[in-house]
Each structure stands twice: as structure tokens, then as C-alpha cells.
Ligand binder design. Structure first.
Ligand SMILES: [Zn+2]
Length: 149
């Protein structure tokens, strides 16, 4: 992706630059484009870290392995964004943002919940990850209710 393809100034852009030249967690985005939700696991103390890290906050090691995370979980908390959306998302208001506890883990991730109205959601609602591809080739993750298909 060249910078000329970005429509929003970098500092206002919700989505991070994802290529190897910009970030040391570039494998996260490569995996995401493959449909995988991954993170880093410390190669020394074994802690699974979220978000992906390049240094372990527990033991300061820099040896990291990439591990797959469950792509399904339950909504732990959620809210509706009615105003003040990030640049590029203004036309999508209102939308739902939630904290999703990934199934079988202690990991909670913050993400948009698509294909659902705020009033229709409940705490504990089962959701699954889906990859949101941007026009410029970048990828991000969102969740959608399992019963929404
Ligand atoms: Zn560690």
C-alpha cells in the first residue's frame, strides 16, 4: 500500500499501517488476511499476550511465537457509538462497539460488532470474528452475532 492510497492523514487514521516496514507485529495483519486471529506468546515465560507484543511485559523477553486465538466468543460489554466516530467512520454511525471475551480464554478484545443493532444485543451474546478488508488492502477484525450468519 502506498501512502498515496490512504485517504486520511496518518495520525487520524483508526487503522494502523500494517506492512513490515511500519510495524514489528506485521504477522498479525498477514494472519488476519488469512482469516486467522492471532497473537504473541512469550517464548520464555509462556504468557499469551493480548494485544500482540514485541517484548513480554512479564519477563522482558523478546522471543515471541505466534499463536492462533479462538474466533468465537461472547459479548462481555457493549455500547453504541452515536457521535464522535473515528475519521472515516462518520457515515456508519450509529454502530456498536463491544468487548468480546474469546471462548476458552481470559482474553477480551475490543471491536466493532457488525450486523446487529444495539437494542437487539445482550450480554453473553455469542459472536464470531470476521475480517474487515479496507479498500487499500489493509485488514481489521470485527465481530458479528453467530445467529446473524
Ligand atoms: Zn515472558
Amino acid at each position: 500500500m502506498g501512502s498515496e492510497e490512504r485517504k486520511i492523514p496518518y495520525l487520524l487514521d483508526f487503522y494502523p499501517l500494517q506492512e513490515e516496514e511500519y510495524t514489528r507485529i506485521h504477522p498479525f495483519y498477514k494472519h488476519l488476511k488469512e482469516g486467522r486471529l492471532t497473537t504473541t506468546k512469550c517464548g520464555v515465560c509462556g504468557e499469551i499476550l493480548w494485544q500482540p507484543r514485541v517484548v513480554c511485559p512479564h519477563c522482558n523477553a523478546e522471543e515471541m511465537d505466534w499463536v492462533d486465538l479462538p474466533k468465537e466468543g461472547e459479548i462481555h460489554a457493549f455500547t453504541a457509538v452515536l457521535a464522535g466516530a473515528p475519521k472515516g467512520m462518520e457515515d456508519e454511525v450509529p454502530f456498536v462497539v463491544g468487548i468480546v471475551k474469546l471462548r476458552g480464554t481470559d482474553i477480551s478484545v475490543l471491536a466493532r460488532i457488525d450486523d446487529a443493532e444495539y437494542a437487539d444485543l445482550k450480554i453473553g451474546q455469542a459472536v464470531k470474528m470476521r475480517v474487515k478488508m479496507l479498500d487499500d488492502g489493509r485488514a481489521w477484525f470485527r465481530f458479528t452475532p453467530v445467529d446473524a450468519g
